[in-house]
Design a protein around this ligand. Structure first.
Ligand SMILES: Nc1nc2c(c(=O)[nH]1)N[C@H]1C(S)=C(S)[C@@H](COP(=O)(O)OP(=O)(O)OC[C@H]3O[C@@H](n4cnc5c(=O)[nH]c(N)nc54)[C@H](O)[C@@H]3O)O[C@H]1N2
Ligand SMILES: Nc1nc2c(c(=O)[nH]1)N[C@H]1C(S)=C(S)[C@@H](COP(=O)(O)OP(=O)(O)OC[C@H]3O[C@@H](n4cnc5c(=O)[nH]c(N)nc54)[C@H](O)[C@@H]3O)O[C@H]1N2
Ligand code: SF4
Ligand SMILES: [Mo]
Length: 850
């Protein structure tokens, strides 16, 4: 049942690919209570910090409420009918004039399967182009290629239970502790239960994931292929391969092992000594069962596909696949990254794991969709798509649920592309993102807690996301918006869905066709008979779904050792180590690595609304090794510039031996909405894996230098502020408003003037206290602080907490006086207060005009 007698509704988390089951319940005060779903087989009641804080994020700050036309800085709200007619007309005009390949959709793993399915159906089935690609290109594309090369299909064979029933877990290029926290908790618990279990972490950085590792291999960036080729050779030399499995169920071993053996000197390529290597190789070869978990340190590389296959090769060589407790496990990032791959919303696949190069499958889909215009060839992958846009070849683009201005490499190029495109539509929940700033039309989509549909997690488990709260303004489900546009483009009969259950049923049916001619991994035949009530009450289902699953069934895929290639055998893929494309030099001697922090999600459009999530990492930062910091004259917590051949960013130095001397690491979350020059993609070269098109986000040549700042300020405000006049600013959510940290090269007195002139003063009573080297003011309306300004030389974290407290408190006459007194203490540091002769200054209390 999806709602119990106490009003808890079952849904899934908005964030990562672990896909935790959540129970949520609206409270009478309009809040949302959230807890883990004990029955959900992916998390059994566990949640991580982000999941627990989901209720904080259903506030409506910054929401986009109405379709809005934007023209030269001027915005005009319009109705849905007008908006969808406009999209239909602009797309139809472009298609008529320039052909179907002149338009494109750029979609997201944060859409629901129903949205994703319809976007793909409209573009490939009816517009007749394959120019639909997803932000999964930045995320899962290399794994998809690796899987298809090895297994014939994009199959993830492992389930979460496997990591609890194994001997060795190898974690490659994944900070599981922060990015898939509940899966990490399950692993940690399994290791406690079975202390003989070994965990190996392979990552150039030392991360929180290493806290449970028996072995951490801090390899050179981009050297995973050398490491796993070394493992394959070791396994063969030590006669630890499964010869029967290789002979009966695989192709290409001989050639692959030859290539692996002639390969590079593993020690010099990986930078690891022979003891560490042997230690790892022995652990792998001694184990009965091994699971290898991998993520973006593998996928986001110019050798991403080869890295994936170098891992799969080792599992095939040892028969470590298709049995409980073993297998290669590519964990998905976004809540519905897997769903997108299922429906086929990537430019180089057709639909439902059917492919362009199979004429029978092409015909099947044409018949299924009753269309004569089904696209016949692959479309443009994300990077190529934006390149084509910059060249003026794309006349209309529709971006849904993703923020390419922040998340695609070479932000300047993306900006040019969107400027060049005559008609840019963006569907989002948030009004102001770097991408909505570039759009001609923005469409309000329902977000988590409002939308309803299905998502598929890393272990192929389909779960319902359910509507919990009414949606603000006139926001609509993405699938509905797509269907409206489709109808207005003239494809009426094919998009007449009344609700999401009808879309899902059609999709499930599509997955079930054609298996008689050519079996595929993905089949939801057991869900094709769902009626509306069945869909409404659907419990989590792991595919393939032959019958509606009422129990948690756990059968490893490939148990029969049959793969989905022509002859049913899995393929070894011969791969060789190659250096990453971005090369360091005297000017850019370091490698910029980028990724995630524990409590933020991507561009922070949701996690940025939670006060408690904001505190873990309040500002953009860059991890630097102490030796490099010394070399470049950088102090801890100082602002630094990070530069690459194409751009510049600013971040606060976090000096730590967690990174090597050669590397620096920046989180991806901050962007022009939340900080000045805080985003790594401004620096990242658009080099990518030639097969998957996945960008190399983890290896950009870079340099760091200290920034000398003379003054700083804290602004606390109920409303968001524009702080671009300052040399540096960053924004953090606090109770009842926002905190801005500002730093400047100006003298304090000049910064005081600039702050006063540039930050509007709200109505209310102002308490002000100014000394030679500081300024502090509190603006009060109805006993509440509307705005707090503090300017001085330097601030430490404790003092910031005092200011946040002052912002939050209720102001009666006594606290007004205390507030001004404490401002001096904050400004000068409590210990300095006694011997400082700044004259005691009575608060200049003044009323500001309305
Ligand atoms: N808290 C949080 N969790 C998230 C997300 C989030 O935004 N915030 N996003 C979700 C999404 S969409 C994704 S895709 C996943 C990503 O999950 P992860 O892939 O785990 O996260 P990242 O931090 O991008 O990168 C993982 C690690 O790869 C390492 N690495 C870099 N280069 C190399 C290399 O050459 N070889 C190896 N072996 N490792 C290397 C980095 O040092 C980093 O620690 O997280 C998901 N979960
Ligand atoms: N440097 C660097 N760059 C990276 C990465 C990296 O490791 N390093 N990782 C890459 C990876 S793996 C990923 S997945 C991407 C993520 O990058 P993006 O997809 O660009 O990031 P998000 O912030 O998740 O963007 C989602 C947007 O969709 C909106 N949204 C949320 N729900 C819905 C919905 O239901 N409907 C609609 N229409 N909109 C919705 C949100 O408000 C938000 O603006 O970043 C990539 N970029
Ligand atoms: S592990 Fe992932 S899915 Fe689970 S609660 Fe955390 S963010 Fe949500
Ligand atoms: Mo991702």
């Amino acid at each position: 049942m999806n709602t119990n007698s106490e009003g808890w509704v079952k849904t899934t988390c908005a964030y990562c690919g672990v896909g935790c089951g959540v129970e949520a319940r609206p409270t009478s005060s309009g809040k949302l209570e959230v807890r883990g779903d004990q029955q959900h087989p992916s998390n059994y009641g566990k949640l991580c910090t982000k999941g627990i804080a989901l209720g904080d994020t259903v506030i409506h700050d910054g929401r986009l409420l109405q379709p809005t036309i934007k023209d030269c800085g001027h915005s005009e709200p319009i109705g849905w009918d007008e908006a969808t007619v406009l999209v239909a007309e602009k797309f139809s005009q472009a298609i008529k004039q320039y052909g179907p390949d002149s338009v494109a959709f750029y979609v997201s793993g944060q859409l629901l399967t129903e949205d994703y399915y319809l976007a793909n159906k409209l573009m490939k089935g009816f517009i007749g182009s394959s120019n639909i690609d997803s932000n999964s290109r930045l995320c899962m594309a290399s794994s998809v290629v690796g899987h298809k090369r090895a297994f014939g299909t994009d199959t993830v064979p492992v389930s979460y239970q496997d990591i609890e029933q194994t001997d060795v877990v190898v974690i490659v290029g994944s900070n599981l502790a922060w990015c898939h926290p509940v899966l990490f908790q399950r692993l940690r618990q399994a290791k406690q239960v079975n202390p003989a279990m070994k965990v190996v972490v392979i990552d150039p950085r030392e991360t929180e994931t290493c806290s449970i590792a028996d072995l951490h291999l801090s390899l050179e960036s981009g050297s995973d292929v050398a490491l796993f080729n070394g493992l394959l050779s070791y396994l063969q030399e030590h006669e630890q391969i499964d010869k029967a499995f290789i002979d009966n169920h695989t192709e290409g071993f001989e050639h692959t092992i030859q290539q692996a053996k002639q390969a590079t000197d593993v020690e010099s390529a990986t930078g690891l000594n022979s003891e560490a290597l042997t230690n790892f190789y022995q652990m792998f070869s001694d184990a009965e069962k091994v699971v290898t978990i991998y993520s973006q340190g593998v996928n986001q590389s110019s050798q991403g596909c080869d890295k994936v296959n170098s891992i799969i090769n080792c599992h095939l060589a040892t028969g470590q696949i298709g049995k409980v407790g073993s297998g290669p496990f590519s964990v998905t990032g976004q809540p519905n990254a897997m769903g997108g791959r299922e429906v086929g919303a990537l430019a180089n696949t057709l639909a439902a794991h059917m492919e362009f190069d199979d004429p029978e499958q092409h015909q099947l889909i044409s018949d299924f969709w009753q269309t004569k215009t089904l696209a016949t060839k692959a479309g443009l992958k994300a990077i190529d798509l934006f390149d084509a846009m910059a060249d003026g070849k794309i006349k209309a683009v529709w971006i849904m649920g993703t923020n390419p201005m922040v998340s695609l490499p070479d932000s300047d190029k993306i900006k040019t592309a969107l400027e060049m495109c005559p008609f840019v539509v963006a569907s989002d929940c948030i009004e102001d993102t770097e991408t909505t700033r570039m759009a001609d039309l923005i469409l309000p989509a329902q977000g988590w807690s409002e939308k309803s549909g299905t998502v598929t997690n890393s272990e192929r488990r389909i779960s319902r996301q359910r509507r919990l709260l009414p949606s603000p303004g006139s926001s609509k489900p993405d699938w509905w918006i797509i269907a409206q546009v489709a109808k207005k483009m003239g494809f009426n009969n094919h998009f007449t869905y009344r609700h999401e259950a009808e879309v899902f049923k059609e999709y499930a049916l599509m997955t079930s066709i054609g298996h008689d001619k050519k079996p595929r991994d993905l089949n939801l035949i057991g869900l094709t008979q769902l009626d509306d009530a069945g869909y409404s009450q659907l419990t989590p289902q792991q595919w393939p779904v032959v019958d509606l699953q009422t129990d948690v069934i756990h059968r490893p895929l490939f148990e029969n050792h049959r793969f989905f290639t022509k002859n049913g055998k899995a393929n070894f893929i011969a791969v060789q180590h190659a250096k990453p494309l971005g090369e360091t030099n005297d000017q850019y001697p370091l490698i910029l690595n980028s990724g995630r922090t524990r409590d933020h999600w991507h561009t922070m459009s949701r996690t940025g609304l939670s006060v408690r999530l904001a505190t873990h990492a309040p500002e953009p930062y860059v991890q630097i090794h102490p030796d490099s910091a010394k070399l470049y004259g950088i102090r801890d917590a100082q602002l630094v510039s990070v530069t690459s051949p194409i751009g510049k960013a600013i971040a606060r130095a976090a000096i730590t031996t967690d990174v090597s001397r050669q590397q620096v690491f920046m989180p991806i979350h901050w962007n022009a909405v939340t900080a000045k020059q805080g985003k790594p993609c401004e620096l990242i070269l658009p080099t990518n894996d030639s097969l998957s098109g996945q960008p190399e986000f983890k290896h950009t040549p870079a340099a760091v230098a200290p920034l000398d700042m003379s003054s700083c300020a804290i602004l606390l405000s109920r409303v968001t502020l524009n702080c671009d006049v300052f040399d540096y600013w960053s924004r953090q959510k606090v109770e009842g408003g926002y905190l801005y940290r500002i730093e400047s090269t100006m003298e304090i007195s000049d910064l005081i003037k600039l702050v006063k002139n540039s930050v509007g003063r709200p109505n209310g009573e102002a308490l002000e206290s100014t000394g030679a080297n500081f300024h502090h003011s509190i603006n009060i309306l109805d006993d509440r602080c509307q705005q707090l300004i503090w300017v001085g030389a330097q601030l430490i974290d404790d003092q910031v907490s005092v200011l946040i407290e002052q912002f939050g408190q209720i102001y009666d006459e006594q606290t007004k006086f205390d507030g001004v007194l404490s401002s001096r203490k904050v400004a000068l540091g409590r210990s300095d207060l006694a011997d400082n002769n700044v004259a005691e200054k009575k608060a200049s209390s003044q009323k500001t005009a309305a």
